[in-house]
Unconditional design. Structure first.
Length: 276
């Protein structure tokens, strides 16, 4: 059971409030996980040793899912020449399509786990928007407003990678489930594009690792150490904006990113209901 089995159409969200909807849907999932897995209620005390174990675990899961997604991206990229040479080769096309779908699946998983990090640390969508506004002001970057996912994707892409970068926009694979939901994953991209993606993912991983390093209360330590909560939250916001920069570089819009998330959210709800 994966996203390809979900036939329910992606709902339309009013006023572009896609990040808010993702946040709310993840809270619903987390409420179920709390009952099933015995996870603590949110938000949690970031100074608690048990809480820090959970936060570090979720951080590791985000990084793991991004690594698995990049692995699928490389498989798509490495197979692209075979497809270009023989576009009638159904086996090659299906291979690429499956790996592209898996890329979406893994990136949706990363978004799920990151949302849980934000929920547990009491960071809300408006906090992310405010981080973007403050960062833009400090760096002297023009930002007329940032109050929705679309604006944040544009800002994060421009801030992280530069506005001159061309997004993959040709020879796309239809990997979504409805004909009107084409999630762009280009395989006629250059080695430079793949390298840029690797650099961007490393930047996300590095920022997450620095944030995780704020949590000093290791299980084997006898003494405790207070966490600089403002710094920790700020670093998580920075990491999330950088992740959105990667999504934007890959060609996701607010609608297509939400579509990928929504399908995987439905999969997770099915797994909970069926006691998977």
């Amino acid at each position: 059971m994966d996203s390809r089995n979900i036939k329910e159409p992606t709902p339309q969200i009013e006023n572009g409030r896609y990040l808010e909807k993702i946040y709310d849907l993840q809270k619903e999932l987390l409420d179920s996980y709390i009952k099933i897995e015995g996870l603590p209620s949110y938000p949690i005390d970031v100074n608690s040793k048990k809480s820090q174990i959970i936060l570090k675990d979720f951080t590791g899961r985000v990084i793991e899912e991004l690594g698995e997604g990049y692995e699928s991206m490389l498989k798509v990229f490495n197979k692209r020449l075979d497809y270009i040479k023989d576009m009638d080769n159904k086996e090659t096309f299906l291979y690429i399509k499956a790996e592209a779908q898996n890329l979406n699946e893994e990136l949706a998983d990363a978004l799920h786990f990151f949302m849980e990090l934000l929920i547990y640390t009491n960071i809300h969508p408006e906090d992310i928007y405010q981080y973007c506004k403050t960062t833009a002001k400090n760096l002297g970057i023009p930002l007329y407003d940032c109050c929705c996912l679309s604006q944040m994707l544009t800002f994060s892409r421009n801030m992280v990678m530069g506005s001159e970068i061309d997004l993959p926009n040709k020879t796309l694979i239809r990997i979504a489930h409805e004909e009107d939901e084409c999630i762009p994953v280009g395989w006629e991209t250059s080695e430079d594009f793949v390298r840029r993606c690797a650099i961007q993912l490393w930047d996300v991983t590095y920022s997450l690792s620095i944030a995780r390093n704020c949590l000093k209360n290791k299980p084997w330590k006898q003494s405790g150490e207070l966490t600089d909560e403002n710094l920790y939250q700020n670093l998580l916001c920075e990491s999330f904006v950088k992740l959105c920069g990667f999504y934007a570089l890959m060609g996701y819009t607010d609608k297509t990113l939400f579509a990928v998330y929504f399908k995987k959210n439905m999969v997770n709800k099915f797994r909970i209901a069926s006691r998977y």
